[in-house]
Design a protein around this ligand. Sequence first.
Ligand code: A3P
Length: 322
Amino acid sequence: RKAKMAVIIERYKDKVSALPKNVDHLCRYQGFWYKQGFWYQSKADFSVEAIMAAQDDFQLALPTDIFLASHPKTGTTWLKALSFAILNRTKFKTTSGSSPTHPLLTVSPHDCVPFIDCESFLTNPSYANGLLATHIPYTSLPKSIINTDCRIVYICRDPKDVLISSWHFLNKLNDDVSTPIKLVDAFEVFSRGMSPGGSYWDHVIGYYKASLERPSKVLLLKYEELKKDPEKEVKKLAKFLGKPFTEEEEFDGSVQKIIELCSFENLREVSNDGKQISKVLSDSLFFRKGVVGDSINYLTPEMIQTLDKITKEKFDGLDISF
Ligand code: A3P
């Protein structure tokens, strides 16, 4: 596996070395900033080489494939769980009980829905029932996804919460190395659009515009709305995925059961069962607080003002707000 990753890195060595770099060694590719290389054994590399490899190698999207797209830390794990549970609800029981048959009761949502821009997929591109995920910005998606007219669900979130969630996440990943990233530095990089996958705002705008141009193919969801009215959003998602809930299902509580199965508490508990503890990226890292507006506990009023101002300016004239 490591050898295969080394081959990919070698394949793009010249292309990557020619890209502009910033002070954090991130490189700019097709208008966005990325880190280089792979974190071996991780589930979400999101490096420039992973994106280049996905663009070159992911050529056989099927019209039935569904892509769950997101910028990191916007609710990817939750969207994966919900979509997987919705699409497989006749195959697996959604309630926990004596026989935990549902995959989400034993493994991570990241194991149920693989990222195409990640080493485990790139080294073993067999894919699970047409449900796939990506962090790649809309304008950089592998061409076959667009040409094949696949359905795409995009989740986005208040930039302030994305920053705080990413900051915690990166510091946890960094736990045993060097010094922690200071919030003021993370803020600086994020607000200048130079964080991995940034600018966050441009990432959102790409999918937002696509959802206006191709509403039957691109659905935009917001973390905050999922939190506020999960039933409404889950029904919307099921309809878009081509598996709307029947009247009978609505009556018998199927929607609620899926929401419950995919709840933060439930998924976190499964992730704490410990199976992946030895990996670089343990599953429990994807579950921190799972609330809206936690950024207020960390950001200064000035930081909040700056981020809100950027959001207002960037989304000026667009029907999107947080
Ligand atoms: P916080 O760090 O604000 O708690 P991603 O999955 O894109 O990496 O996003 C991670 C964020 O989603 C984290 O946010 C995490 O706690 C939250 N999250 C994960 N699973 C969730 C769930 N089932 N419901 C709500 N939020 C969830």
